[in-house]
Design a protein around this ligand. Structure first.
Ligand code: PMP
Length: 481
């Protein structure tokens, strides 16, 4: 399936593709030519266990999804200005998984398009512009979303914080502003929610009032953060009292990944005014959706400006999304996310008793994060260790990534077909890599103490005038560990 040699692919990419386009493992990128289930295969047919691809939700190239897409493609694909059954059946399906207030769908092509439309709906409905967003959040690549994505606008070369954007602290009880070594869980939730109340007041005083609060229901780019249980209900109260609407971004964490619910916000027992969904919805095919209340949809309609999206909700996209829903149900994948997710969480937790670098393991269903620290008391992030883990696990053909404000959190968000055997494999390699890091730290400390000895040895042998030499074989050994 490889059409040109890897070296040529790299050369063409360097020449023709924008240099800012992200690439995993930049120095030695992977060339992936096919995928199946939870595995990706390179051009030499080496298999890699995929622990991070939450887009290939029901497994790479699931036959039922492929069949649904290719069959519909051979019959018809056109825009949704004609009546078609696939879009209405898909909408019916989506709405049946949501609270009763969420009953109107707009189909789009990506998570970014979904969030952009969500902001537009909120701003039209409230007649206001200000948006409250969370630190370290990412909501998409469109200009409107870079503006509310601290993860991007805050970079040294980023656009900075715009006037209509109000930034709230990430509700992280491990390394955020309010921590579990100082406050009880419920207190933490209320304190973080109070910060949002204050921002609503600021927006009233300084801006034109809050239109929307937007947040992921579990924060992925923020470092696999699971907000305290009472956080969203208190935040939603504050935002609604201030006249704003609440948007739940389920682009990464939706479609049953949390196991017990279809949507991660349901874990918090709240009812958003707008929900956005994407990535897993098409299992790799670009299809996404915004679901909102009748009242918000009416406000949009009342502007008199019609909405049209060439590809959004086309028959092929909706056939694929329907097949994803079918597969989640038929293959019992929510149940699997619960069981395998818990097994993954417990296995990582067991590693924590062995490796002092594991500061915290957190997770819900098949969404798990391991926060690596230099020291458990100070909770100082151990970014270099996370880098080593990602690189060494890739060498062992296991794909994980790191994220969070200090890039020290190892992320697991695998396709939902992940098995307990896959967990055993990934965790045993992680165990080995963390052991290597510990040994290297010990050796580094020994070398340092030897180096510190040099001046005193020289002082003891002033007439020889030569420094003691560390034997090359010893040096080589150290390097190779
Ligand atoms: N919201 C969240 C939480 C995301 O993680 C992403 C993509 N990583 C988006 C929105 C944007 O989705 P897309 O890349 O499909 O435009």
């Amino acid at each position: 399936m490889e059409q040109i040699p890897k070296s040529e692919t790299i050369a063409l990419r360097n020449k023709l593709i924008g240099p800012s386009c992200q690439l995993f493992f930049k120095k030695d990128p992977l060339k992936i030519v096919r995928g199946q289930g939870q595995y990706l295969y390179d051009e030499k047919d080496n298999a890699y266990l995929d622990c991070i691809n939450n887009v290939a939700h029901v497994g790479h190239c699931h036959p039922a999804v492929v069949k649904a897409g290719s069959e519909q493609m051979s019959i018809l694909n056109t825009n949704n200005r004609f009546l078609h059954d696939n879009i209405v059946l898909c909408a019916e399906r989506i709405v049946s998984t949501l609270p009763e207030n969420l009953e109107v769908c707009f189909f789009v092509n990506s998570g970014s398009e979904a969030n952009d439309l969500a902001l537009r709906l909120a701003q039209i409905h409230t007649g206001r512009k200000d948006v409250i967003t969370l630190e370290h959040a990412y909501h998409g690549h469109l200009t409107s979303l870079i503006d509310i994505s601290h993860y991007k606008f805050n970079l040294p070369g980023g656009v900075g914080q715009k006037e209509h954007v109000y930034l709230a602290p990430c509700p992280d009880s491990y390394r955020g502003k309010y921590r579990d070594d100082e406050y009880a869980a419920e207190e933490i939730g209320s304190l973080y929610a109070d910060d949002i109340r204050e921002l609503c007041e600021d927006s009233e005083k300084l801006g034109n009032g809050v239109s929307a609060f937007i947040a992921e229901s579990l924060l992925s780019c923020g470092g696999q953060v699971i907000p305290p249980t009472n956080y969203f209900s208190e935040v939603y109260d504050h935002v609604r009292k201030a006249g704003g609407v609440c948007i739940a971004d389920e682009v990464q964490v939706g479609f049953g990944r949390v196991g017990k619910h279809w949507w991660a916000f349901q874990h918090y027992d709240v009812k958003p005014d707008i929900v956005t969904m994407g990535k897993p919805m098409g299992n790799g095919h670009p299809v996404a959706c915004v679901v909102t209340t009748r009242a918000i949809a009416e406000s949009f309609f009342n502007t008199g400006v019609e909405y049209f999206n060439t590809y959004g909700g086309n028959p092929v996209s909706c056939a694929i999304a329907n097949a994803v829903f079918d597969t989640i149900e038929k293959d019992n994948l929510m149940e699997r996310a619960s069981v395998v997710g818990k097994y993954l969480f417990d296995s990582c937790q067991a590693l924590a008793s062995k490796h002092k670098f594991i500061g915290e393991v957190r997770g819900l269903g098949l969404f798990v994060g391991i926060d690596l620290v230099k020291d458990r008391d100070s909770r100082e992030a151990y970014t270099e260790c996370a880098k080593t883990v990602v690189q060494r696990m890739r060498e062992e053909h296991i794909l994980v990534s790191s994220d969070g404000p200090e890039c020290n959190v190892i992320k697991f968000k695998p396709p939902m077909v992940f098995t307990k055997e896959n967990v055993d494999k990934a965790v045993s390699v992680l165990d080995r890599v963390l052991t290597e890091v510990r040994h290297k730290e010990k050796l580094d400390a020994k070398i340092k103490s030897l180096q510190n000895l040099v001046p005193s040895i020289l002082a003891d042998h002033p007439t020889k005038g030569q420094s003691p030499v560390v034997r090359p074989s010893y040096k080589e050994n150290i390097k190779s560990i």
